[in-house]
Design a protein around this ligand. Structure first.
Ligand code: AMP
Length: 476
């Protein structure tokens, strides 16, 4: 199949061809014709599947095919609104809009928090056809009367599950209340929890359903490996691997922000250029780190899961789990950063004795065991005893200290937080990463850091029930 055969206008096909894409990905070959019909769409697709072009191309096509709208002041009116959970994703989606729409007379803008309002107000004043935004800042503009969404024809929620995870549900509802009732709506989500289904029911009208394979089923192009290592020697081992392998463009994951900072410092002190990227950094610093990393000027980018969401770097050769995530699905997201679009990738995890239970949960999720390979000179010390892992405001145990307490299969994927061998109550802290998964990490909170929904400490799907795949209560 080719892009021509999907019914897209010539200027779009030309722009896509210039990108070097010859064949639509599965989500594209299904979503593009579906969106072109004008109907609603519920699509299950993760980042890395080509979903952005899947909704951007037909949106551009439809807007170009109909007459531009003008607002009361005669300026181009916003006809398509794309909401994303994070600033980085918003920026990347808007970049795609510009890239694919380069031969069309349509304008776009990106809007997110953490940067000044005035330039955004100025840009809005000139009129724009397509707006890509994070929910918080969008609502700020609406409240200030600087934004008119009454002409929106196409409304897209990208990574809807992640938006709910981050506590944006109330903001999404507010946005739904200010966009026209009559519109085409598209909802993209990696997973379908009950909350996502409820949102889809509210938003979508007889949607077409599309689902492409999850990456955990399709990650054959990613070589995965575990390097067992002593707790205290991970940094050393990482520096060693980077030097020995002459690795460039290495994306390294840590669980917590301060860990990311400390690791970046260590690498810099040892002659390896590194920067940490997370929600506490200014938008300018994050944009610069990402640009330097993409251009190859920066060797290592150290990220927390939430900050890495939406980072789109083609054919990233190396992903390192400096620490295993306590949420198994995050492992899949992390390694999905490499081996994209058919390219070979390598995902290496540095695992110490404290993380054995996390590893077991991950292997259960991906339904395979990951090969272990000790690096000579860095073998874990004999007799090293597992210690609890501190996750934000709580502690959990990543090892089998109380294995018996874990639910047998099902009911929560055996996540440590539920197994009765830690704080026990999942609502004491988000299952994600202690206090880490909150809107503040993705965009500036509008209310001084208080959780948007007043309960960001609650389990991510509101009541800690089983998630989409029956086993996990996490959904993304
Ligand atoms: P996404 O899932 O939208 O984040 O896209 C993942 C990556 O795949 C992006 O870097 C795109 O540039 C790339 N991509 C999207 N569509 C195609 C295609 N048809 N062929 C090859 N690469 C693509």
């Amino acid at each position: 199949m080719s892009f021509d055969s999907l019914g897209l206008a010539e200027p779009l096909v030309r722009a896509v061809r210039e990108q070097g894409y010859t064949t639509p990905t599965p989500i594209q070959s299904q979503a593009i014709p579906a969106v072109l019909t004008g109907g609603d769409l519920l699509a299950g697709a993760q980042t890395g599947t080509g979903k952005t072009a899947g909704f951007t191309l037909p949106t551009l096509h439809r807007l170009a095919a109909s007459a531009p709208k003008r607002d009361a002041k005669g300026r181009p009116a916003i006809r398509a609104l794309i909401l994303t959970p994070t600033r980085e994703l918003a920026a990347q989606v808007e970049e795609s809009v510009r890239l694919y729409g380069k031969y069309l007379p349509l304008t776009s803008m990106v809007m997110f928090g953490g940067v000044g309002m005035q330039p955004q107000i100025d840009r809005l004043r000139r009129g724009v056809d397509i707006l890509v935004a994070t929910p918080g800042r969008l609502l700020d503009h609406h409240q200030q009367g600087t934004l008119d969404l009454s002409h929106v024809e196409i409304f897209i929620l990208d990574e809807a599950d992640r938006m709910l995870d981050m506590g944006f549900i109330h903001d999404i509802k507010k946005v739904l209340a200010i966009v026209p009732k009559q519109k085409q709506s598209l909802l993209f989500s990696a997973t379908f929890s009950d909350d996502i289904k409820a949102l889809a029911e509210r938003l979508l009208n007889r949607p077409q359903l599309i689902e492409v394979a999850r990456r955990n089923a399709t990650a054959e192009t990613i070589a995965q490996k575990i390097h067992p290592v002593g707790r205290e020697r991970k940094k050393e081992l990482l520096a060693h691997l980077i030097r020995q392998g002459d690795w460039h463009q290495v994306l390294v994951f840590t669980r917590m922000k301060h860990g990311a900072n400390r690791l970046a410092e260590y690498l810099n002190d040892h002659g390896i250029s590194a920067m940490a990227i997370h929600g506490n950094k200014s938008q300018g610093a994050r944009t610069k780190a990402l640009a330097d990393f993409k251009s190859g000027d920066l060797q290592v980018l150290v990220a927390t899961d939430i900050a890495a969401r939406g980072i789109d770097i083609d054919q990233l050769p190396h992903v390192v789990n400096f620490e295993l995530p306590n949420v198994p699905e995050d492992y899949v997201h992390r390694i999905g950063r490499t081996g994209r679009a058919g390219a070979e990738g390598q995902a290496v995890s540095l695992v110490c004795v404290d993380e054995e239970l996390f590893l077991r949960d991950i292997e259960k999720l991906i339904k395979r065991s990951i090969p272990k390979e000790s690096v000579p000179g860095f073998e874990p010390p004999a007799g090293e005893k597992p210690e609890p892992i501190v996750l934000g405001r709580r502690m959990t145990i990543g090892v089998g200290a109380s294995k018996g307490g874990r639910p047998a299969g099902g009911g929560g994927s055996g996540r440590p937080a539920q197994g009765g061998h830690n704080t026990g109550n999942r609502s004491a802290a988000p299952a994600g990463s202690g206090g880490q998964r909150r809107p503040a990490d993705a965009g500036a909170p509008r209310n001084g850091g208080a959780p948007r929904n007043g309960n960001s400490g609650a389990p991510r799907n509101g009541h800690g029930n089983a998630g989409p795949r029956g086993g996990g209560s996490r959904h993304h």
